[in-house]
Ligand binder design. Structure first.
Ligand SMILES: [Zn+2]
Ligand SMILES: [Zn+2]
Length: 355
């Protein structure tokens, strides 16, 4: 069969490998119909995760059709299944507590000890994810062997559900679900710039700064999300001009342009910056102010939110060279509507602008 195999850092190939076979009575063989590339696969691609071996078959997010079963599999040939990335026995101490990613069987003990060094706790076997997790062949292939096939695979009973609608049950959706649960997302208020409550929401996670659609609030003029107040569980909405920021304070600035940044910055460096991934880099100045780096956007930018990246370029488009970048710590504005928002977002910077 054809499979995607790992051969070293940045060396991944599509090549012919042996077809999988039933090795244990609880195994099943799945013909893959859809598979995904995970962000975690980049750790393998970048050779960040140790214990990969040349020829290892990648892929831990996949689904397909059951084509062969061992004597103790509960699956039936012809069934459509989504296969979770964890290989779990279903009967050990952790599995009986539904802590499948800590299953004690499937991943040999020596690997578990090594995995503990990396992740802090021993972990279960995984598909296509290094020999720390058992060295099992993954699902970026035409076929895969699924051990303990009576435990993990989810049978998709309804043919009307396309692969794309259920494939992400293999990893992405439960991972995101668990993150959301751990965050204890709660409903809260939607407020205007004066703090008046004008609606309710089901969790600030459903909103992004700059969003206009889907607010569920009737108003004469269009309203935009201008701030997400996580501590107060408030979504602050206002007119478009309230989004326009002119100055951005950065943290963790990384400079790959010529010279050491402290020495070359002088009174400021004229450059182009991108703070929204969908827009072209725009003219700006990078300055050092009070021991921090600050970007002044010549034309301003809407929908700037803390935590986003700000990337420096030497030209607005085409063959622009990346000069560095940083993460947005806070933003400030010249116009009054946006400044009203700033009063709560970045008090120290607003003070600095006044002073
Ligand atoms: Zn994944
Ligand atoms: Zn187990």
């Amino acid at each position: 069969m054809k499979a995607i195999t790992w051969h070293g850092k940045h060396d991944v190939r599509c090549e012919t490998v042996d077809d999988p076979e039933i090795l244990n009575p609880r195994d099943a063989i799945i013909r893959i119909t859809s598979t995904a590339i995970c962000g975690s696969d980049l750790h393998l691609y970048d050779a960040y995760i140790p214990s990969m071996k040349a020829g290892d078959v990648l892929g831990h997010e996949f689904m397909g059709e059951v084509v062969e079963v061992g004597g103790r599999s509960t699956l039936k040939v012809g069934q459509r299944v989504v296969v979770p990335f964890t290989i779990s026995c279903g009967a050990c101490y952790h599995c009986t507590k539904q802590q499948y990613s800590a299953c004690e069987n499937g991943n040999p003990a020596d690997n578990q000890d090594l995995g503990r060094e990396l992740y802090g706790e021993p972990m279960s076997a995984l598909f296509g994810y290094s020999h720390l997790t058992g060295g099992y062949a993954g699902g970026q292939a035409e076929y895969v062997r699924v051990p303990f096939s009576d435990v993990g695979p989810l049978v998709i009973p309804d043919d009307s559900l396309e692969d794309e609608k259920v494939l992400f049950l293999s990893d992405i959706l439960p991972t995101g679900w668990m993150a959301a649960e751990n965050c204890a997302i709660e409903p809260g208020d939607i407020v205007d710039l004066d703090g008046r409550v004008i609606g309710r929401h089901q969790g600030i996670v459903h909103f992004t700064v700059g969003q206009r659609k889907g607010l569920g609030i009737a108003s004469a003029a269009p309203l935009y999300v201008v701030k997400l107040d996580a501590a107060g569980r408030r979504v602050v909405v206002g007119p478009r001009e309230a989004l326009r920021m002119d100055r951005i304070r950065l943290r963790d600035v990384n400079w790959i342009g010529d010279g050491a940044l402290e020495r070359v910055i002088g009174d400021g460096i004229e450059m182009f910056v991108r703070v929204r991934s969908t827009r072209a880099p725009q003219p700006a100045w990078l300055r050092a102010i009070d021991g921090a780096y600050e970007v002044e956007l010549v034309a301003g930018e809407e929908g700037v939110s803390p935590g986003q990246a700000c990337v420096f370029y030497d030209a607005p488009s085409g063959q622009a060279r990346v000069l560095g970048g940083g993460f947005i710590k806070s933003a400030a504005a010249k116009n009054t509507a946006a400044r009203a928002v700033q009063e709560t977002i970045a008090p120290p910077l607003v003070e600095a602008m006044r002073g």
